[in-house]
Design a protein around this ligand. Structure first.
Ligand code: GNR
Ligand code: NI
Length: 153
């Protein structure tokens, strides 16, 4: 179990575009393990590699709906449908929340840690988190898309 430090808003690394993973090697697997540990330790439901200072197209999600941990390498959306608006937070913007419009349903394709391609359809909170994490890979934070000011909580 190894925890990594989560970068906070203001760190320019969060604003960079992450690079595709070309080879899934031992360091990639260690990163995935550390990201899951770090996400659970912080009570988050997702974590993207740039949040721990690694500009690779990787994120992990456990939406807490009982479906468990998903690991995404080189993810991209096959489909985005509809819209929903909900309150979001971010481990890189602690204690601040805002309303963001997201797709109601997404279908995402990615590679798993074994290099196998998989697709996943998400709706509700899962669609929100997948969209939020993908944005991190593009250097986008939820506050960029928030309707109105963030609130403290
Ligand atoms: O833990 C998190 N909760 C959350 C709640 C609503 C919408 C998105 C999220 S993602 C966030 C973890 C995080 O910052 N991932 O990048
Ligand atoms: Ni976030």
């Amino acid at each position: 179990m190894a925890l990594r430090r989560i970068l906070k808003d203001g760190d320019e690394t969060l604003r960079k575009v992450s690079r595709p993973v070309e080879t899934i090697d031992a360091r990639t697997l260690q990163l995935l393990d550390d990201m899951a540990d770090t996400m659970y330790d912080a009570h988050g439901i997702g974590l993207a590699a740039p949040q721990v200072g690694v500009l690779k197209r990787i994120f992990v999600v456990d939406a807490g709906d009982g479906s468990g941990l998903f690991e995404f390498i080189n993810p991209f959306f096959l489909r985005k449908e509809g819209a929903q608006v909900g309150q979001e937070g971010c481990l890189s913007i602690p204690g601040r929340y805002g309303e963001v419009e997201r797709p109601a349903v997404v279908e995402i394709q990615a590679q798993d840690r074994y290099g196998q391609t998989f697709t996943l359809q998400g709706e509700g909170l899962m669609a929100v988190v997948l969209s939020h994490e993908y944005d991190h890979l593009e250097g986008i934070l939820f506050k960029d898309k928030a309707r109105g000011p963030l609130v403290e909580g």
